[in-house]
Ligand binder design. Structure first.
Ligand code: FES
Length: 127
């Protein structure tokens, strides 16, 4: 179940269940509940969002990528594949002035805490 940011309250209103985390996606301002063991990409799909992709979550297109802006440094499970490591390096070189900080593929990203992430082309549309 998703939730929306309430700027007046200054906090995420969440109806999350145990074993899940909130990913706030900016600039769309959408909160997505990500279950433990689930990727951000799969969580967005489960909630009906039209998340940017060409490869459908196979880790090859990089269109799903996010940049983590805020959250506990341990909130994102570490990169554990050479494929994602290479993709992050390419994205950093092409789009972020060679700075890989916080860049992740949403289709590979699992959470251990709440995060705020930028996804530049996601507008919060549902299918
Ligand atoms: S959906 Fe293609 S790399 Fe993640």
């Amino acid at each position: 179940m998703s939730s929306r940011h309430d700027p007046a309250a200054g906090a995420i209103e969440s109806t999350a269940h145990a074993g899940s985390y909130t990913a706030r996606i900016e600039p769309a301002g959408i909160d997505i509940e990500v279950y433990a063991g689930e990727t951000l990409f799969d969580a967005a799909d489960r909630e009906g969002y039209d998340w940017p992709t060409i490869c459908g979550g196979q880790g090859t297109c990089t269109h799903c990528h996010v940049r983590l802006l805020d959250g506990d440094p341990q909130a994102a499970a570490p990169i554990d594949t050479e494929q994602e490591r290479r993709a992050v390096t390419r994205l950093a070189r092409r789009l972020y002035g060679d700075d890989p900080t916080g860049i992740r593929l949403a289709c590979q990203l699992q959470l251990r805490g709440d995060v705020v992430a930028e996804q530049r082309t996601f507008r919060g549309e549902r299918r």
